[in-house]
Each structure stands twice: as structure tokens, then as C-alpha cells.
Ligand binder design. Structure first.
Ligand SMILES: C[S@@+](CC[C@H](N)C(=O)[O-])C[C@H]1O[C@@H](n2cnc3c(N)ncnc32)[C@H](O)[C@@H]1O
Length: 464
């Protein structure tokens, strides 16, 4: 695991294959501390006000405060190895690439807490998804040497697959989630609280979950982007995605990566919401089962089996009678790798750059992708969702999940950055002028790292 010639740290049993591990950890810790401060400040509600509340309201208030504390404690405990690893070194990644990396660091631990209940609380919805995937693996996989679960979240499916494969690796963009998953996999009890109607809020009731079959030390956890996998070509026998393809900004890029890392004849199992490609017009609905025979071969896969499964997603009903039912048709398919497609030329140029050879990157000519919507995944505040429009080079784009937590100077910087990428100027020209214009705030390394990030996101393509 890992990119050639780059060393990545392991923190609390999680290998961090993302640029700027220290900065990502520091930013997650600051977020947690800010949440704790907000919680404490709300606790300063005057006793006279609480005394004036009707009894039911006062009880609910106390329960909600207890639930928040419970979740903060769970995340705090999981982040302990990060605190120890960082020590006094709490420097945030500076510059454009650092800010972009921090902004898109996967789901917050808090927003993933309901998944810990689902995966480890013996819920029927998890059991259904698990059965679909495990039975399909038994039917379709020929070689049980290695499996990677991309966007593994709370790790329930990963733990089940680990019982079948010699080597199992969970990949997720969210470091706090992986640190928590590590603890649960290894046998720690997790106490958590989720709101029955809105799972991303902590409210009531509280519950305790644990892995019934620890320890799971052999399960490896890796923080990485599904669009930039730290695995060698042809190195895995199976890849699993569960509720991931619909939320990645560039599903085509993720499909390309899955195809690259699978061995010939390797199997990709996918379960979740139907998804779209970044270049699909917005008016076209998500691609679903009927589209697979055309879609999969374009990415080097042969469809093996597929079906729609009625599935209760984030089903908290076993926990509370107030929980809402979220039943939808989930798309399941198994696909076999039948062709090895060439990786985009720009990827090789970036790998050479990481190794210290800048020449191939300097001649790339980046431009903004032709599409209607660019999506951006917010790491810091999963609740800040919506759409925003912006204009670059006469084209109007819609940004899904705009970075509303981005301080506006950064927003302006990103905008001016994107506006320059016209497919004509080379990276060498662009980085030189950018360096001058920002008075050195954005250096050449920053410029290239930001390009790499935006390429992984699918916002930028490179003219050769
Ligand atoms: C909807 S949750 C699904 C979790 C789990 N697969 C399940 O179905 O219970 C999506 C997960 O994907 C992760 N994620 C989002 N974008 C990702 C990316 N580009 N690469 C890897 N993981 C990502 C999130 O941090 C989160 O854990």
C-alpha cells in the first residue's frame, strides 16, 4: 500500500495515504475542539431558564446534552492517537493545495456515527446489504487473495469480507471515521447517540455497539481517495463499493482506478444508489441497471450480474419508533475486469513529479472539464449543502455542495486559479504567473498539488 517513492505515516493503526497527513489530523482535531466549545457554551444556559422549562422540555434538553457529550467523547477517544502523533506540531497546511485538501477530507466522524450503529448494531438493513454482497462474492470471485472496500465507513462489510479473503483493506477519505473504525474493529465498545429523524444530529437515544468477533487486527485501514488509490496496477482480486459511487465527484475516475488496481479477471461488487458520470447532462437521471451493459465495457468491465434491491437505508427504526423509513431501490452489480485500459497520461506525469522529476508535469496543459456541474465534497461541515453557480471562461457551472465554509479569500483564489486554466498555457507558464500574482503565497509545489487534487476531483482535464 502506498504510492511509489512517497512515505506515508501510520497513526492509530490507520495508514494515511493522503498529502498533508499532519494538517488533515490537525484540522480534524480543531473541528472537534470547536464542537466541544460550542457544546460547553450551550451548557451555560442560565439555570433559571432551564427551571422555567416545562418538565418534558427540560428532560429532552438534558437528554440532548447527554447525547452530544456521548458523541463528542466517542470521537475524542478515537482521535487520541492523532493528538499523540501530532504532539505540539499543530501546523495547518498552508496555501491553496492545503486548504483544498482540508476542505475535502471525507465525511466528518459525527456524520458517520449512524453508520456505526447500522453496521455494528445488528440491524436488518445492514444484514440485507451484507448478504447481497457476500453471496455475490461467493458466486463471482475466483481468487480470494485480497479485497479493498472503498468508502468503507464504519467497516461492517469490511469485517465480513475479511473472513473470506486472505488480505482485506478498508479505504476511506475520512481519517476520524477510520480511527473510530479501527477501535471498533479491534473490540472497543462504542457508545453513541443518533437522532431518529435526522441521523446527522446527535440527540437521543443512546446505544452501545461492538464488534462481536474481535480482534480484527489483520484488517488494514487506509486513508485515501477512491479516485487516487494507493495500490499497484493489477494488485487486488476484488474491490467493493457500498453507497460510494453516487457521492464521488467523478464516478468515471473511480471506475478507472478500480479497473487499474484489479487483477485481470478481478471482480468489482457495487451496492448503493444509482450514479451519474461527471459529463452526463444534469437533466439526465442517474444511470441505473439498464445502462450497465453499455457503461461497464467502456471502463474495461464485463457485467456479471445486476439487480435492483429494495433497501431500507440508514434505517434507525430498531432504535426508535420515531425513526423515518427510507426505503429505496438500491442498485447492485458484479462486474469482471476484462481489459486493461491505459491510465490518463497526466497521472504518470504527477507520479514522476512526486519522485522529483517535474518535466512531464510542466508541459501539461490543464483546462476546466466541459460539464454542467462540479461537485465538491465538504469535509468540515457535512450539513452545509446546496448548489451555487459560478462562471469561468464564459461557461456557467453549477457547484453541488459549495464550499461555503471556505473563507472567501480562498474562494476568490480558487476562482481565479480555475479561470486561468484554458488548455493553452502549460503548467510551467501558469505556475510562474500565479506565483508572481500571489506574491509567493502559492508556490510551484502548491500549484501542482492543487492541480493534482482538482484532477482527482474530476474538475480538471489535461490537453496533451
Ligand atoms: C454514504 S457513506 C457509506 C459508508 C459505507 N460504505 C456504508 O454504506 O455503510 C460514504 C463514505 O465514503 C467516504 N468517502 C467519500 N468520498 C470518498 C472518496 N473520494 N474516497 C474514499 N472515500 C470517500 C465517506 O467518508 C464515507 O465514509
Amino acid at each position: 500500500v502506498g504510492h511509489e517513492a512517497v512515505e506515508y505515516p501510520t497513526v492509530g493503526g490507520v495508514q494515511i495515504c493522503l498529502p498533508g497527513a499532519g494538517a488533515l489530523l490537525a484540522s480534524s482535531l480543531s473541528q472537534l475542539e470547536a464542537d466541544r466549545e460550542r457544546h460547553d457554551a450551550e451548557g451555560d444556559t442560565p439555570p433559571t431558564l432551564i427551571a422555567a422549562m416545562p418538565t418534558r422540555t427540560a428532560e429532552r434538553w438534558a437528554r440532548m446534552r447527554g447525547a452530544e457529550r456521548c458523541n463528542l467523547d466517542a470521537l475524542d477517544g478515537a482521535m487520541e492517537p492523532a493528538r499523540a502523533w501530532l504532539g505540539e506540531e499543530r501546523t495547518l497546511l498552508k496555501g491553496l493545495s492545503g486548504s483544498l485538501a482540508i476542505q475535502r477530507s471525507g465525511w466528518t466522524g459525527a456524520s458517520l456515527l449512524p453508520y456505526f450503529y447500522l453496521d455494528w448494531g445488528g440491524t436488518p438493513s445492514f444484514e440485507q446489504a451484507r448478504t447481497v454482497v457476500m453471496e455475490a462474492a461467493a458466486r463471482t470471485v475466483r481468487d480470494f487473495a485480497s479485497v479493498a472496500v472503498l468508502g468503507c465507513g464504519a467497516g461492517g462489510l469490511l469485517a465480513s469480507l475479511a473472513g473470506r479473503f486472505d488480505r482485506s483493506i478498508g479505504v476511506d477519505l475520512s481519517i476520524p471515521a477510520l480511527l473510530l473504525t479501527r477501535r471498533v474493529l479491534d473490540g472497543a465498545e462504542l457508545r453513541l447517540a443518533v437522532h431518529p429523524e435526522n441521523p446527522s444530529l446527535s440527540d437521543f437515544p443512546q446505544t452501545t455497539v461492538r464488534n462481536p468477533r474481535p480482534p480484527a487486527g489483520a484488517v488494514e485501514l487506509v486513508a485515501a481517495d477512491a479516485g487516487d488509490l494507493p495500490f499497484a496496477d493489477g494488485s487486488l482480486s476484488c474491490v467493493v463499493t457500498q453507497y460510494l459511487m453516487d457521492i464521488v465527484p467523478d464516478a468515471g475516475r473511480v471506475m478507472g482506478e478500480i479497473q487499474r488496481v484489479l487483477q485481470p479477471g478481478g471482480i468489482w461488487l457495487s451496492f448503493g444508489l444509482p450514479f451519474r458520470l461527471a459529463e452526463d447532462p444534469l437533466a439526465l437521471r442517474q444511470r441505473s441497471e439498464a445502462d450497465l451493459p453499455a457503461l461497464l465495457p467502456a471502463f474495461g468491465f464485463a457485467p456479471v450480474e445486476s439487480r435492483l434491491v429494495r433497501h431500507d437505508h440508514i434505517d434507525l427504526r430498531p432504535l426508535s419508533p420515531l425513526a423515518v423509513q427510507r426505503n429505496h431501490p438500491a442498485l447492485f452489480f458484479a462486474a469482471r475486469k476484462v481489459a486493461s485500459l491505459p491510465a490518463p497520461a497526466a497521472d504518470a506525469a504527477f507520479v514522476a513529479w512526486f519522485r522529483g522529476d517535474a518535466a512531464a508535469v510542466q508541459v501539461l496543459r490543464p483546462k476546466l472539464r466541459e460539464c454542467e456541474a462540479l461537485s465538491y465534497f465538504l469535509g468540515l461541515d457535512a450539513r452545509a449543502r446546496g448548489t451555487a453557480g459560478f462562471r469561468v471562461g464564459g461557461r456557467r457551472y453549477t457547484m453541488l455542495q459549495p464550499p461555503s465554509t471556505t473563507p472567501s479569500p480562498l474562494g476568490a483564489l480558487v476562482h481565479s486559479y480555475l479561470a486561468r486554466l484554458d488548455g493553452e498555457q502549460t503548467v510551467a507558464d501558469l505556475s510562474a504567473s500565479y506565483h508572481l500574482d500571489t506574491s509567493g503565497l502559492v508556490g510551484e509545489d502548491d500549484f501542482v498539488l492543487a492541480l493534482r487534487l482538482l484532477t482527482t476531483l474530476g474538475w480538471i482535464v489535461h490537453e496533451s
